[in-house]
Every structure is written in C-alpha cells, then in structure tokens.
Design a protein around this ligand. Structure first.
Ligand SMILES: [Zn+2]
Length: 249
C-alpha cells in the first residue's frame, strides 16, 4: 500500500503550562504547540485524523491564546493539498477534546469514527474535564455539529485499507490511536496519548512521560506498553517537529 500521511497545522496555541503536557515536569515553564490535522492519502477516499479547533470558540470559551492564519483554516489547508472536504470518506477523532474535534462538520460525506466510551464520557465528564469536552451550559459542544454521522465503535477496527484504529485509553477513556501502513513503514498517530516527542522519549526518571491530563493513569501506562509492542514509528499529536517534517511516507 502506498499510503502517505501529511501533517497540516490548523492553528497554534501559545503559553500552555508545561506540566499540563509533561506530567509533573517543567514547573513555571510554558510551551507553544500546533494543532494538527492529519490527512492520509493513497488508498481510496482520503482519511482525516483529528479536525482541530474552531478559532472563535477557542478564544471566546477556552481562555487561550490561539492563532490561525487563513492558510491554516482546515478547509483551506486541505484544498491547498488538493483535497476537497466533500471527498473525505472517514474522519477519526483520536478523542473528543475540543482541540481535536471541532471541525467534523466540515466533512459532509464522512463517517466519523469515535470510541463509544469517548462519546459516553464526553456526554458526562467529571467537573474538572467539562471545559475540554465543551460540556458546559453556555455552549453546545462543537463535535455535536456532526453527531449524526458518528460511527461509535468499541475497541480496535480497520477503518480503511491500511488504516486501523486501536484503543489507547488513559488520556481520556476512549482515546484511540491510528496505525497506518505507509509506503516505507508503519506509523502510529498517537493522539494525546503522546503529545510531544519528549513524552515518548522519556527522561532519567521514566521511560515515557504521560500527558499532564488524564482520566486513568494505570490504563495510560498499559497503553504506552501497548505502543511499544506495535513496531510503529510514533507521531505525536502536538509536536512542532511533526508540522515541520509534514510528510510521512
Ligand atoms: Zn486531549
């Protein structure tokens, strides 16, 4: 299979507290990170993994500093790659946090693949997680704009030839990764199970470092161990180096 993955920046977030991305590390330090939409091409219809944020809602409701150039708007970034949003057959949300799932409605003909456990949790999160899922009274969650096209699944599944989702719970209950059999090797789009290359590389204290945000740290560890056994090159969800490299063949 000659699948390729392209990492498109669909916005950038500034001044994140480092321990929110690297568990209990980097107190007092901040990070600037990209929001990435991945496009898998070369099989049948293109597959999209994660759809980024909605700039207006992000600024108004999430109290963050975010920038999105006209070229970084998801439709524009896709069209520049020669992809019409209407031809996308499958959208995978690695999870339903607002910065990964706010533009599902831009893909009118896509089946939207999400874990059932994620839909359940996003509909009833603990109070400290409500903002991330936009489960708040003043706002209808952006992912619900395409809720009628969600295909809620349970566990691992092939979603297109050479493209499979695998359950990686921990960051959220229904977090999932996407394994892609590309031209030269097998890749894992890890979602927020692995935000940065630094999370995967670990440090002197730990082989890998979880995100600072999670619902189940024990399940999270199992997911990291599962990734070790996949034999994949890991592609993190928010690392600037991923955008710089852009193409994974
Ligand atoms: Zn997340």
């Amino acid at each position: 299979m000659s699948l390729t993955i392209t990492a498109l920046s669909v916005g950038r977030v500034f001044g994140l507290h480092k321990p929110s991305v690297l568990y209990l590390r980097g107190w007092g330090e901040t990070l600037d990170i990209p929001l990435i939409m991945f496009v898998i091409q070369g099989g049948g219809a293109p597959v999209i993994v994660d759809t980024g944020a909605d700039l207006d809602r992000a600024v108004k409701h999430h109290g963050i500093r975010m920038e999105q150039t006209p070229e970084e708007r998801p439709e524009a970034a896709l069209r520049a790659l020669g992809v019409d949003p209407a031809e996308v057959g499958v959208v995978v949300n690695t999870h339903l946090h607002w910065d990964h799932s706010s533009n599902n409605h831009l893909f009118p003909n896509a089946r939207i693949v999400v874990q059932q456990r994620e839909v359940d949790y996003a509909s009833n999160p603990v109070p400290w997680h409500r903002r991330q899922f936009e489960h708040v009274p003043e706002l209808e969650a952006a992912w619900r704009r395409a809720e009628d096209r969600i295909d809620a699944i349970d566990g691992d599944a092939e979603v297109a030839p050479g493209v499979s989702v695998i359950a990686l719970p921990g960051h959220t209950p229904g977090s999932q990764g996407v394994v892609v059999e590309a031209e030269t090797r097998r890749y894992l789009l890890a979602g927020d199970c692995i935000d940065l290359y630094e999370n995967w590389a670990g440090d002197a204290q730990a082989e890998h470092i979880p995100s600072g945000f999670f619902t189940d740290i024990v399940a999270y560890n199992d997911s990291l161990e599962r990734i070790e056994k996949l034999g994949c090159e890991v592609i993190p969800s928010h690392d600037p180096l991923v955008v710089r490299r852009r193409e994974f063949r």
